[in-house]
Design a binder for this molecule. Structure first.
Ligand code: GUN
Length: 294
């Protein structure tokens, strides 16, 4: 089958320039420049890259951005104090705490401390709960990015069989919620994970497969139906001596053999990744406009 590549990079660029135009109009009319802050702990390579791209995206969109760094040995109290400060800072519209956090920090406790009205990652239980019953809220950036891509490419989802591989709090679970909801995916959703016994059979029946398990090249051609839409969320770094960086990003899909069976497929890199950041920008603009919460 002649597949169509879903270009997340180009879609994100288009959306960021739309955001930038809107920000210019807002600022020209005397409104507030959106301001995103981010807390980064330690020097994890993946998190550093995400963060660099988030700061660049803020520049592209005309946002103010503030990056707050802590060493790996930061205490929970210090982080909570920083979250409290950002909650109270009237200039900051939204902020994120880059995950994962070091083992000695209770991640959930930090997320719970974020004011849900500034939780542009959509990780706070209030946003997660509101999303699950279809109320206005911040929707977690990766699922929102994937939905935006499906819409952008006019890929039908209503009534389709969607299989989600992975049940993480920030991708698998929210994506399952969104794909099943009437005004979003409106699909029939199955979630598979490491203990699923019929994962291959489920995938073979799927019209849409979302691969978000973090296992490089897990999804192979023998698991995919002819004409399926495949969205790859994986971004594992695998050693590659031929690269200057010493690694390459590897998705959860064995692209070369899966792509010929697909109607649409996302590449890694350049698929979901840029859309995640773009959704964070959308959420920050919405926070700045107080679109969901006063
Ligand atoms: N780590 C991996 N993805 C994300 C994300 O979308 N937000 C945050 N805060 N941390 C992440």
């Amino acid at each position: 089958m002649k597949y169509q590549l879903i270009d997340g990079k180009a879609t994100a660029t288009t959306i960021k320039s739309e955001i930038s135009e809107e920000v210019q109009r807002i600022v020209a009319a005397g409104g507030k420049q959106p301001h995103l802050a981010a807390i980064l702990v330690g020097h994890d390579g993946g998190s550093e890259t995400y963060m660099k791209n988030k700061v660049l995206a803020c520049e592209k969109c005309g946002f103010k951005s503030t990056l707050i760094r802590f060493d790996e040995d930061v205490t929970e109290e210090e982080l909570l104090a920083c979250v409290d400060k950002l909650n109270k800072d009237e200039d900051v519209d939204g902020f994120i705490v880059q995950l994962p956090l070091p083992k000695h920090i209770d991640e959930q406790k930090i997320i719970m401390a974020i004011d849900y009205r500034k939780d542009v990652d959509g990780f706070h239980p209030i946003n997660v709960g509101r999303m699950s019953i279809g109320l206005p809220c911040f929707i977690s950036a990766t699922p929102l990015g994937m939905l935006t891509l499906l819409r952008h490419y006019n890929i039908p989802t209503s009534g389709k069989k969607c299989v989600i591989l992975g049940r993480s709090n920030i991708v698998g679970k929210p994506m399952a919620q969104l794909m099943m909801q009437k005004h979003y995916g409106d699909s029939t959703v199955t979630v598979c994970h490491s203990h699923s016994k019929t994962l291959k059979e489920e995938c073979l029946e799927a019209d849409i497969i979302i691969a978000a398990i973090g296992r490089p090249e897990f999804l192979t051609a023998d698991m995919v139906k002819e004409g399926a839409v495949v969205i790859d969320v994986g971004t594992t770094r695998v050693p590659d001596a031929s690269r200057k960086s010493g690694f390459r990003l590897c998705g959860d899909v064995k692209f070369d053999e899966v792509a010929p069976k697909c109607s649409y497929i996302t590449p890694v890199p350049g698929g979901v990744g840029p859309m995640t950041i773009c959704s964070l920008m959308k959420n920050t603009l919405a926070a700045s406009k107080k679109e969901y919460y006063k």
